[in-house]
Design a protein around this ligand. Structure first.
Ligand SMILES: [Zn+2]
Length: 312
């Protein structure tokens, strides 16, 4: 257990652990990278390394034991989807008046706070940042370093401005991680007060190597199913960007089109696709995405998507 469990991006991980060893890791860190690149996993690993009660070293760099009470409590935040679902469920059962004032937060260790986007808008809200401000200036109780992990870069305006104030003078004993698929979404002033580390997506070979090592019981077919999931996710991202391009063409801003290699086809499509159709398609696409997250049979979800569009 330790950083050897992290896959890919070894140079970046090495650099961050080296900074940690020399106490040079900044108080505000942007972890940028596509979905599945391990931003959240890495942030939690660094949180453990900073707070492990029996810290170890591997390859001469700081590591964590994974067994002590700090490591194990932080590890309870690993299954972010379940922790968020629990928090949302708890909120659903509150009285109406309390519901409005309750924000989704994940905290499995008193000094480590995970801030996910708050539903239904799925954005970071000012009340969530307020919870950060309430605690960040107090010394940690059981850890050495207070850790805050914002899992998304979509901030409401007021929330972003509040965070900016914290970043202007962060306390010595706190580290804030900002995870971003697209760091450009963050305020330029937030970016300039943070250090950005980029994680690349894992290649098919890296995934294959990982699965061979960690799931030796799986046969080739099972392994390729997992790789299939990565491919499907890449396909979904492409479909989204094609829909967006159609929107750009429809709204008379062809200069913003990204998939220029298929511009002619997109133009033809945009002539028969109005805003309502694009909105409908984007909606169905997000249903497919949710289905895949719930692990429905992938081809089935995509087939349903195609059928829905044909009917339209
Ligand atoms: Zn530990």
């Amino acid at each position: 257990m330790g950083f050897s469990d992290f896959h890919g991006n070894s140079e970046t991980v090495h650099r961050m652990r080296d900074m940690l060893a020399h106490q040079r890791l900044p108080h505000a860190v942007i972890l940028a990278g596509p979905r599945g690149s391990g931003k959240y996993t890495l942030a939690l690993m660094l949180a453990k390394a900073m707070n492990c009660l029996s810290p170890t070293t591997t390859n001469g760099l700081p590591d964590f034991c994974g067994q002590c009470s700090n490591c194990t409590r932080i590890a309870q935040s690993e299954d972010l989807e379940s922790r968020c679902a629990e928090a949302v469920d708890t909120r659903e059962h509150l009285r109406e008046t309390d519901k409005k004032e309750t924000r989704i937060l994940v905290q499995t260790h008193p000094d480590v706070l995970v801030i996910p986007p708050d539903p239904p808008q799925m954005m970071i809200k000012v009340d969530q940042v307020r919870r950060v401000i309430e605690s960040i200036y107090f010394r940690p109780g059981e850890a050495k370093e207070r850790i805050y992990i914002f899992t998304d870069s979509a901030f409401m305006k007021e929330a972003a401005n509040s965070l900016l104030k914290v970043l202007e003078e962060p306390p010595e004993f706190a580290t804030i991680f900002l995870l971003a698929e697209n760091p450009g979404e963050l305020l330029a002033t937030i970016r300039s007060r943070s250090m950005t580390f980029c994680l690349g997506a894992l290649s098919a070979e890296e995934i294959e190597r990982y699965l061979t090592r960690h799931r030796p019981d799986w046969d080739t077919k099972q392994r390729s199913l997992v790789e299939g999931r990565e491919k499907i996710e890449a396909l979904l991202r492409t479909l989204y960007s094609l829909l967006q391009d159609i929107m750009f063409l429809n709204s008379g801003t062809p200069g913003l089109v990204r998939n220029t290699d298929v511009q002619d086809e997109l133009k033809k499509l945009s002539e028969s696709a109005d805003f309502a159709w694009v909105a409908f398609a984007a909606d169905r696409l997000s249903e497919v995405e949710r289905g895949i997250r719930r692990n429905l049979l992938r081809s089935l979800s995509l087939d349903a998507f195609a059928t829905a569009l044909e009917r339209r």
